[in-house]
Structure formats: structure tokens, C-alpha cells
Design a binder for this molecule. Structure first.
Ligand code: FAD
Length: 458
């Protein structure tokens, strides 16, 4: 039995920073990882997929060479082995960086293996029992495998196995028209695959407002991606050539036959094999660990951070969880999850940057609000770059003048959104943005123009 001040399970986006904080405080910490260091973001999520986005974007621009005044000799062909090698190098460097960082921390013991609770304050890993008064769970999640007909009879890909793909699928059928499915769809289309996206709901990115779903669909279809919505009874079946994905839509063909199928239908928390019952830690019916506003579980001395607590599904929410827990423990700064403002990006091209409430949420809240929309086609930086798809949308509270929510679907949208996000955190009125002098030519310089168009919700 080994005793520590703290045990951290998982090296995702919260665990390593927390280990460093304990280490810096001169406390003894053990951190346990059963797979690659850095977790999902580093190995199978954000970092590798954004390297793929970069390769796909480069190929896309090369194909548009004539518009920009240059010729490419012959067809633009993507060499998937080299694309993968670039991805592996960048992602591998990050994973190694996390491992080296952890191994170099004073007072920190790094253990490789699968951790399970033995009791509320004891964890077993590699037949060794570790004990601590404080235990932090940062175990993340994995791609869900839906219980659909034929699922056990055909090979399929998910975001993790896609990381090993070093060839071009002839026809990639993607089940799931949300963030992960759309990002994979556009980049494989740009690599040269035929791509079909099959979505159960009536529109893509169903949690967003309808105007965004429609604009994203337009962007995808403009690149030749086939979209099937309302696919109520999705099934998989092996065919002589490829795999048939049953669609059973109200209209359109009854199936899409692809050479490969990628399932992108949500995530499942890695909590079923953690021995949570032995610690008495409560989960909800989907397996997410129940936490309070400061990320403590129902068991004193046990916290859950990152995707496994169901309070966020992003790298920045997991890192923010770390900040909340660390500031509460070490700085007596009573930060809470409910203080944070929803923010994320969808990394299709052009990207969608989002913060705060959707129009639908604002309407539901019943408050008096104003809304402004502005097409990217009227933004000079966008037409200088030849990237004019999308629009900007900002909603504000009619009384307080504070920003309630925004969406920037357009070139630079993932960066521009931060101007609005920071003003939201400052709880300042939107008029602050109108009085700021912005840099020309940028997309951000149009924010005052967009705000000048505010009018009551229709
Ligand atoms: C394809 C894809 C693209 C994404 N792109 C983005 C993006 O662009 N931006 C963004 O913000 N987010 C993105 N995300 C989401 C982001 O990757 C996750 O939200 C983030 O990685 C969550 O981190 P985490 O700290 O919860 O845990 P994770 O990063 O999932 O890490 C958990 C770690 O715990 C380990 N572990 C699990 N169980 C045990 C155990 N019992 N014992 C020991 N170790 C264990 C795992 O091996 C893993 O290393 C993407 C996700 C995917 C799948």
C-alpha cells in the first residue's frame, strides 16, 4: 500500500496540470494512465484532427489555384501516408511532451496501467494499492457504439481507428451529422473520397439554430458531400463491394453503399470499469459522474473533471475544470462551473465559432432581446481571401445591452468569437465593442457594423 496526498486517474486535459499544481505545492501525487499520455485531445481528438483539417485545407486551396492566379501541374492528389505521417509527428510530439513533463515533476509518480477504485480512498493499479485522501477522476470518454442492426457483422471506423487510416477510402459513409462527423466528412472529401453523411435528425448540428444548420449543409453540399437527413432506421450490412448503410428516410435512396463506414454518433464516458460502485461514486443513467458546481462527486474527497462529468465535452472545458478545482483547493478562490460561458468551435472550413445561448434558448428564456445578422460576403477580409461563405450573428439583451450569444460562421470565426466572449465575461455592454478601434482588414472590424443592425427578435 502506497500513500499519496492525491491520486489522479487519467492524463487528459485536466489531470496533468493538476498533478503539476500538487507537485509545485510540495505534495505527493500519483498520476495513472492506461493508454497514451495526453488522452483524447492529443492522440485521437483535437490535435490530430486539426492537422488533418490543415492538410485538407491546403489541398482545397491548391485546387482553387486558378482563382488565386497560380497553376498546379496536374491534379491535386493527396498522399494519405504523408498526411498521416505529418499528423503522427505533431500528435506524437504532444503526447511525448505530456509524458516528459509529468515524469519530470517533483513529488509526482507516474504509473501506467488501468486504475480501479477499491474503496473511497484506495485505487488499485497493476495489483498495487494506492491510497490518498483526495482522488481526481479525469478518465474522459470514447466513441459510442450504437446498438444498430448489423453493427456486429461489419467493420466500422470511429475517431480513434480513423487515426490509423493511411489510405483514401473510396467512399466514406459517415453516420452522424454533428461536429465530429462533419469535420471528418469535409476533410475526407477534400482528400478525394466520395463522402455521404447520414443523420438521424431533421438537420445537421441539431443543437444549433436552424439558420446555422442550413448554412453548414450548404457549405458541405457545395463540395459534393451527400447528406441524408431523417434517417430513422440506420442499419449496416455487408455487401460484395463495401457496406450498405440503411437510411430509410422519408425521401431519397433507401441506403448508401460505401467502401468504409465511420460512426460518429456521440461519446460514452469511461466510467463503467472504474470500480465506482466500490467507492460509492454516483453516476447518471448515461454513466457520467455526478458532480456539484465545484466538481466534487457525492463522495467527499473525490472529484471528477473533464468529459467524464458530463458538464462539458471539450478540451477547454476539461482544462477549465482543472482551474476550478485547483483554485478552490489552492487559492481559496471559489470558482464554479456555472460561472463559465458556453463556447466552442466547429472546425469545418470556414469554421463556426460559438458562444453563449442559441436563438432558441434566448426565445425560451422569454427575455427581451435584439438580434443582428451579417453575411460574410459583405466582409472585405473575406472577399479578399476568396472565402465568403457563412454569416455572423449576435444576440444581446435589450435591457442590459449585454451579449447573450453569438455565432461566427466564416473565415476566422473560431478566433473572432473571442472578442464577443471576452466582452461577455467582462459583463460589459455591447456598446464597448462599437467604441473600440479594430484593426483593418480583419473580420473582427465588422463586429461594430453587425451590432449596428440589431433589431428585436422576429
Ligand atoms: C475527433 C474529435 C475531435 C475533437 N476536437 C476537439 C476540438 O477541436 N476542440 C476541443 O475543445 N475538443 C475537441 N474534442 C474533445 C476533446 O478531445 C475532449 O473534450 C477532451 O480530450 C477531454 O479531455 P478529458 O480531460 O476529459 O479526458 P481525455 O482526454 O479523454 O483523457 C482521459 C484519459 O484517461 C485515461 N483513462 C481512462 N480510464 C482510465 C483508467 N481506468 N485508468 C487509467 N487511465 C484511464 C485514458 O486513457 C485517457 O488518456 C474532440 C474529440 C474528438 C473525439
Amino acid at each position: 500500500m502506497k500513500n499519496y496526498d492525491a491520486i489522479i486517474i487519467g492524463t487528459g486535459q485536466a489531470g496533468p496540470s493538476l498533478a503539476a499544481r500538487f507537485s509545485a505545492a510540495g505534495l505527493k501525487v500519483a498520476i495513472i494512465e492506461r493508454d497514451k499520455f495526453g488522452g483524447t485531445c492529443v492522440n485521437t481528438g483535437c490535435i490530430p484532427t486539426k492537422t488533418l483539417v490543415a492538410s485538407a485545407y491546403a489541398a482545397h486551396v491548391a485546387r482553387r489555384g486558378a482563382e488565386y492566379g497560380f497553376d498546379v501541374n496536374g491534379d491535386v492528389r493527396v498522399d494519405m501516408k504523408r498526411v498521416k505521417a505529418r499528423k503522427d509527428k505533431i500528435s506524437g510530439r504532444s503526447s511525448k511532451g505530456v509524458e516528459e513533463w509529468l515524469r519530470g515533476l517533483k513529488n509526482c509518480t507516474v504509473i501506467q496501467g488501468h486504475a480501479r477504485f477499491q474503496s473511497p480512498h484506495a485505487v488499485v493499479v497493476n495489483d498495487e494499492v494506492l491510497q490518498a485522501d483526495k482522488i481526481f477522476i479525469n478518465v474522459g470518454g470514447r466513441a459510442s457504439v450504437p446498438d444498430m442492426p448489423g453493427i456486429h457483422d461489419v467493420p466500422f471506423l470511429n475517431n480513434s481507428s480513423m487515426m490509423n487510416v493511411d489510405f483514401l477510402p473510396e467512399h466514406l459513409v459517415i453516420v452522424g451529422g454533428s461536429y465530429i462527423g462533419l469535420e471528418f466528412g469535409q476533410r475526407y472529401r477534400r482528400f478525394g473520397s466520395e463522402v455521404t453523411i447520414v443523420e438521424m435528425g431533421p438537420r445537421l448540428i441539431g443543437r444549433e439554430d436552424e439558420d446555422l444548420s442550413a448554412a453548414v449543409r450548404e457549405i458541405m453540399e457545395a463540395e459534393g458531400i451527400h447528406i441524408h437527413l431523417n434517417a430513422k432506421c440506420i442499419s449496416l450490412e455487408k455487401r460484395e463491394k463495401g457496406i450498405a448503410v440503411g437510411i430509410d428516410c422519408d425521401d431519397g435512396p433507401p441506403e448508401a453503399i460505401g467502401s468504409h463506414v465511420l460512426l460518429a454518433v456521440g461519446r460514452t464516458p469511461n466510467t463503467s470499469d472504474l470500480g465506482l460502485d466500490r467507492a460509492g461514486v454516483a453516476t447518471d443513467d448515461r454513466g457520467y459522474i455526478t458532480v456539484d458546481d465545484q466538481l466534487q462527486t457525492n463522495v467527499p474527497g473525490i472529484w471528477a473533471l473533464g468529459d467524464c462529468n458530463g458538464r462539458g465535452a471539450f478540451t477547454h472545458t476539461s482544462y477549465n475544470d482543472y482551474e476550478i478545482v485547483a483554485d478552490n483547493l489552492f487559492n481559496a478562490d471559489h470558482r464554479r462551473v456555472s460561472d463559465r460561458i458556453q463556447a466552442y468551435a466547429l472546425y469545418i472550413d470556414p469554421p463556426l465559432g460559438r458562444c453563449g445561448m442559441t436563438d432558441a434558448e434566448i426565445r425560451k428564456s422569454g427575455r427581451a432581446a435584439l438580434i443582428a445578422k451579417y453575411p460574410m460576403v459583405r466582409v472585405s477580409r473575406a472577399f479578399e481571401k476568396g472565402e465568403t461563405q457563412g454569416f455572423m450573428k449576435i444576440c444581446v439583451d435589450a435591457e442590459t445591452k449585454q451579449i447573450l450569444g453569438a455565432a461566427i460562421l466564416g473565415t476566422g470565426g473560431d478566433e473572432v468569437i473571442h472578442v464577443l466572449l471576452d466582452v461577455m465575461y467582462a459583463k460589459a455592454p455591447y456598446t464597448v465593442i462599437q467604441r473600440a478601434m479594430h484593426i483593418h482588414p480583419t473580420v473582427s472590424e465588422y463586429l461594430p457594423t453587425v451590432l449596428s443592425k440589431l433589431e428585436p427578435f422576429a
